[in-house]
Design a protein around this ligand. Structure first.
Ligand SMILES: [Fe+2]
Ligand SMILES: [Fe+2]
Length: 133
């Protein structure tokens, strides 16, 4: 039986963050002038799928360790996912300029979330002797 802390380690979470930001960057290019609309649709699908998986992994870890901010963190995840869906709505409506703008906003908010709330969880794990490596 593996240790619960080995479900997702810190290096994996960092990799997830790189992939998440990378997908949003790709989306911005694909939604931009001369971008490929079909590719943008596929990237958006991947971004949503990947983001849901990543958020679920973090939320599982937080519940597993009894993180006191788990609920607030999960709510922030729902808001970020809502923003990702906004990109899709713009894209489906044929308004790629506003979809690209929404993607830029989402990238900024994701960075903030990673440095802020995700960083706070890391710090809490450190303070409580929870090793995730
Ligand atoms: Fe995260
Ligand atoms: Fe998070």
């Amino acid at each position: 039986m593996p240790e619960p802390t080995s479900l997702v380690d810190r290096a994996t979470v960092e990799l997830h963050h790189r992939v998440q930001i990378g997908l949003v960057r790709a989306l911005e290019v694909q939604l931009g002038p001369g971008g490929d609309r079909a590719e943008a649709g596929l990237t958006l699908e991947r971004l949503l799928e990947f983001t849901e998986m990543h958020f679920a992994a973090e939320e599982t870890l937080m519940r597993l360790h009894g993180y006191p901010q788990a609920q607030a963190h999960a709510e922030a995840h729902r808001r970020l996912l809502g923003e990702a869906l906004t990109i899709g709505q713009g894209h489906l409506a044929g308004d790629d300029a506003s979809a690209a703008e929404a993607a830029r906003r989402l990238r900024g908010w994701l960075r903030e979330h990673i440095l802020g709330m995700d960083g706070a969880f890391d710090a809490w794990c450190d303070r409580n002797g929870i090793a995730m490596e």
